[in-house]
Design a protein around this ligand. Structure first.
Ligand SMILES: NC(=O)c1ccc[n+]([C@@H]2O[C@H](COP(=O)([O-])OP(=O)(O)OC[C@H]3O[C@@H](n4cnc5c(N)ncnc54)[C@H](OP(=O)(O)O)[C@@H]3O)[C@@H](O)[C@H]2O)c1
Length: 304
């Protein structure tokens, strides 16, 4: 099959479009003919790109772990999925990804695709959607009537978090650069704090949850704006300061079929909008990584 692979660390310049063996599925897995794939620009720096779960070298490796496509082969232990199903989901970071014609994935990491979505739209959803779901509700414990700050509320992850938090009945304060204000408000934020003009702690009273997608100094300063009993949840790095009387959480998103199915339902009904910033063919994956690293807004999707 055709695939994009990387043979050694050194950034996206090392991504090559070449022939690779078609993956064979193990028990509990299916093979998906990939139609669209999504990636995280920094994933080439993550350990999972280079070693398997036992720490063994797994190069050359295929990036891009968001997948949307059609099931072409099933093994035992894949109940709920059949050959011909349109599926989407998130692959294992320590295994080959979806920048290829085929991927072998654990069936439990996939859900049926919403009928009304294209493969490209579906491939943009798993990583960002699951990250927000787990950040807000699993780790953050967000409930109706509470107040949440979403740092980076106009970003690929943040804009989805704003929508999910609003739908959950929360009061939503988004932050970011001024140019993100329009999008964050359109996605459902009640207010927006322009971090280029204002320190967020001067604009915000202590809240139940801070969900941070920006990190750095802002993450450290956010602990002081969490109510006792509340939480500071980060997806960029462990918070260096704990909120007084509250929790500090850093997590890496995990695949989850039930949560994917819930996201699919909302996307189907138009209740969840995801911004696809650009689409590249598989052969131009290297350019796609570079474009995203150079600040192209929204999710960048590969079409296979
Ligand atoms: N732990 C996990 O499981 C997990 C999962 C997904 C993503 N992530 C990580 O989360 C981070 C965000 O991912 P993403 O895909 O949402 O990125 P993104 O689409 O680039 O969104 C980040 C948002 O934050 C804004 N921002 C960044 N720095 C800022 C600053 N100093 N001041 C104000 N606004 C700022 C960006 O604005 P500009 O575009 O204007 O800079 C953008 O709107 C990345 O580091 C990614 O690796 C982690």
């Amino acid at each position: 099959m055709k695939a994009v692979r990387i043979h050694q660390p050194g950034g996206s310049d090392g991504l090559v479009f070449e022939d690779a063996p078609v993956p064979s599925p193990a028990t509990g897995e299916v093979v998906v003919r990939v139609h669209a794939a999504g990636f995280v620009p920094d994933e080439l720096d993550w350990p999972g790109t280079w070693v398997d779960r036992a720490g063994r070298d797994r190069t050359p490796s295929i990036p891009a772990h968001d997948v949307a496509g059609v099931v072409t082969d099933v093994r035992y232990g894949t109940a709920g999925l059949a050959v011909g199903d349109r599926v989407f989901g998130l692959g294992d970071w320590h295994r080959d990804g979806a920048a290829a014609e085929y991927i072998a994935v654990e069936a439990r990491n996939l859900a049926l695709m919403p009928e009304s979505l294209t493969y490209t739209e579906a491939a943009a959803l798993p990583l960002s959607g699951l990250t927000c779901w787990q950040g807000l509700f699993v780790h953050g414990g967000l409930e109706s009537g509470q107040t949440v700050v979403v740092h980076g509320g106009g970003g690929g992850t943040g804009a989805l978090a704003v929508q999910l938090a609003r739908q959950a009945g929360a009061q939503v304060i988004a932050t970011g650069r001024g140019r993100a204000a329009g999008l964050a408000i359109e996605m459902g934020a009640h207010t927006f704090v322009d971090l280029e003009r204002q320190r967020f702690e001067d604009a915000v009273e202590p809240v139940d949850l801070v969900f941070d997608t920006i990190g750095g100094d802002l993450l450290a300063r956010s602990a002081g704006r969490v109510k006792p009993g509340g939480a500071l949840v980060s997806i960029t790095a462990p918070p260096p300061v704990e909120p007084e009387g509250g929790r500090a959480v850093f997590f890496i998103v995990e695949p989850n079929r039930d949560q994917l199915a819930e996201l699919a339902k909302r996307a189907e009904s138009g209740g969840l909008r995801n911004h696809v910033g650009a689409v590249y063919p598989l052969a131009r994956t290297r350019e796609a990584f570079q474009a995203k690293r150079n600040g192209l807004p929204g999710k960048v999707v590969l079409e296979i």
